[in-house]
Design a protein around this ligand. Sequence first.
Ligand code: S3P
Length: 442
Amino acid sequence: MTAAHLTARRAGPLKGTVRAPGDKSISHRALILGALAQGVTEIEGLLEGDDVKRTAAAMSAFGAGVERLGEGRWRVEGRGGFAEPADVVDCGNAGTGVRLIMGAAAGFDMSVTFTGDASLRGRPMNRVLKPLGEMGASWICRQGGRLPLTLKGGNLKHIAYRLPEPSAQVKSAVLLAGLHAAGGAEVIEPEATRDHTERMLRAFGAEVEVRDETDGRRIVLPPDQKLVGTRIHVPGDPSSAAFLLVAALVTPGSEVTVQGMLLNPLRIGLLDTLGEMGADLSVTNVRDEGGETVADVTARHSDLEGVEVPPERAPSMIDEYPILGVAAAFARGKTVMRGIGEMRVKESDRIALMAAGLSACGIGVEEEAETLTVVGAKQGNHLVAGGAGVTTHGDHRIAMSHLILGLAAERPVSVDEPGMIATSFPGFVNLMRGLGADIEGA
Ligand code: S3P
């Protein structure tokens, strides 16, 4: 049985060297492309979180041979396409999983019904359905483009789709659908978003052209691509490493090194922001692993200053604003995060939940439609109070952020639904305990 709550309280400094779990975005893509490809794909370092396990189960429902060989080691035998699943595909909590799989499935002449947990069933799927519809797919769903949804694919035509919102999930869904569309697909993104799909398509032998144009980045997938199974090494997830690094920055006396962290330039806006706040961060052992740059990143306890985070940085750190809110709480002065409206359609409305959680912990916050302002506690020369029970609405990043806050606050902080942390960071609590954190609960 798992605990209904976890409680974090102030203890000694955090010290040690750890590996971040495998990158969630890359893990989903490795399984999906492996299943679409012809032949065997061997994956190392796969994130074995609940979200990714749902994608693995979905790939076997679509006819791929999916086998776990050992910790993080998976083998996918692709059949060069998808077969119609015999049952509903349940993607759990995973927005990335369901949106990418819908894109991939749309290329085939079959009907598939998708669902997910309560959070996923509340999230907008229209952003993916709109381009897939323009390509020729059809569907029936709940109001507002919500799951459960039955998608009918096949006979897709070319699209040149300009992303209305900066979303790598939408870009990826269109490119995956484009694999089986007459004429392929093009996506124009006004703001660059994570490019793991483009990189991995190339690793599987596809041709992908990327051009910087005056109105954004144009990604062109020519028609008739053949994907061939390959080996994928999944680097450490910077979005998970973020919790470990910020924990060290805010807990006096700490020094924590995260090994093998992905340093893709479209994923590391948080490192830039923390640097501007005066964080003591060092990046060593920079190397190439499977086409991505990785490094070891060390964070030491630091005196942080509030900053203005420019809106154009949002796509490169969209999942990191909750933990940035915690760093900001311990800083001197205000941190203003602008242009973060996309935070409202994640696993929860993360602007609202961070504002509520931080304010319950005694931090001054101001919430606007697309902006969150956090008034650092150092301003009045006092510590972060803490002492709250935080409602997470089942959002893993809201839970981990507030637990980190509790490690350095005056009074303990509790979070509900801690089991959801396993969607992206199984082993988070034990790893933190190993570094010296006092976190109580199963
Ligand atoms: C992801 C893209 C982002 C991010 C999510 C993972 C991906 O979502 O928040 O956690 O793997 O493509 P959006 O595409 O909605 O911005």
